[in-house]
Design a protein around this ligand. Structure first.
Ligand code: GH3
Ligand code: MG
Ligand code: MG
Ligand code: MG
Ligand code: MG
Length: 314
């Protein structure tokens, strides 16, 4: 016997996700041309429990921030090939990096030059030499605030998934990264079946609960590195890393079956819902770019709808 859908438990699970995320190690990206200094900062921050990466190729700054899921960039100002100002300017052009704290750490003590560097979009200017305690505290407080603000900016309030613009951008970047590594990436579109009826028969609030539960199943069943967004009202767009369309279909069929088994309560009883999905991958569509691949996934979704719904087409 399947128990009716339990809203307090769902809320509690979502809170647990939020709490777990807020105590996770801060992920810091160090950009510093002096190897000894970089290593010193790395050790100090690691000793404070942070997860530290170092940028090795300036040209790949955006990809590195994305793949490392950096939460703060600690950057030198004067470097031989690109200045810190230039790199900060590049990062600030990407919507998903708008809320990324950029902190300069430099020997520059001239206040006017410090302020001019801040004009490139940095959040703070620390000067070398700096005490370990000062460095750790400055980073920790900025990451904590950025986590909260980024959630408000990037995540949809009902589902906790990426908003439309953010999943599109994430898909674009993940697609580029997969192409470069010659790795498979699957694009998946999911839509709840006959959802208008749910709203019409049981009301908007119950409809919202159905959307939130589909989102939670996607979250629970997909992997941590996969990207999931609420593309539209009751429509989701997911990017499955290192996964082809056939593998994506297996996972989505499992999600589809779990969703079908959920029991939703309304004032006078209970009801069931179903969802449909379409999966494609970059390898069987070598000529398609990210947006074309998403459209192909949408076409597969419509095939699933016309094929009778409650199914996944790959
Ligand atoms: P199909 O199986 O073909 O997808 O049928 P459908 O009824 O699901 O069709 P459609 O996708 O056109 O309907 C989506 C409905 O979702 C229309 C809109 O009123 C409703 N909707 C959009 N956003 C929200 C929301 O945030 N909450 C609720 N409760 N309903 C929403
Ligand atoms: Mg330097
Ligand atoms: Mg529709
Ligand atoms: Mg629908
Ligand atoms: Mg729809």
């Amino acid at each position: 016997v399947v128990k009716p859908f339990d809203v307090p438990r769902v809320v509690n699970q979502l809170m647990q996700l939020v709490i777990r995320r807020s105590v996770a190690a801060e992920r810091v990206l160090i950009i510093e041309d002096d190897d000894d200094l970089a290593q010193h900062y790395q050790l100090v921050l690691q000793a404070a429990g942070m997860q530290v990466a170092r940028l090795t190729e300036a040209e790949k700054i955006v990809e590195t921030v994305l793949s490392q899921r950096s939460e703060l960039v600690l950057m030198d100002l004067y470097m031989p090939r690109y200045s810190g100002r230039e790199l900060a300017g590049v990062l600030r052009q990407y919507p998903s990096c708008v809320g990324l704290p950029i902190v300069f750490l430099s020997g520059e003590t001239d206040v006017n030059r410090q302020l001019s560097a801040m004009g490139s979009g940095a959040d703070d200017f620390l000067t070398k030499p700096i005490s370990d305690e000062h460095l750790v505290a400055a980073i920790r407080v900025r990451v904590e605030r950025a986590r909260y603000l980024n959630e408000q900016i990037m995540l949809d309030g009902l589902t906790g998934l990426l908003k439309h613009a953010n999943i599109k951008e994430a898909a674009e970047l993940e697609w580029h990264s997969a192409q470069q590594r010659e790795q498979a990436v699957a694009f998946v579109m999911v839509d709840i079946d006959f959802f208008k009826r749910v709203n019409d028969q049981y009301g908007h609030a119950v409809g919202d609960m159905v959307i939130a539960s589909a989102a939670m199943l996607l979250r629970q069943r997909l992997r941590r590195d996969d990207r999931i967004g609420r593309y539209g009202g009751e429509e989701f767009f997911a990017v499955l890393i290192d996964c082809n369309a056939a593998q994506a279909k297996l996972i989505l069929d499992d999600i589809r079956e779990r969703f079908e088994r959920l029991v939703f309560q309304h004032a006078n009883g209970h009801f069931h819902c179903s969802l449909s999905g379409g999966c494609v991958d970059n390898q069987s569509h070598a000529d398609a770019n990210a947006e074309q691949l998403r459209k192909l996934a949408d076409e597969a979704l419509y095939e699933a709808k016309h094929g009778g719904r409650n199914c996944i087409v790959a």
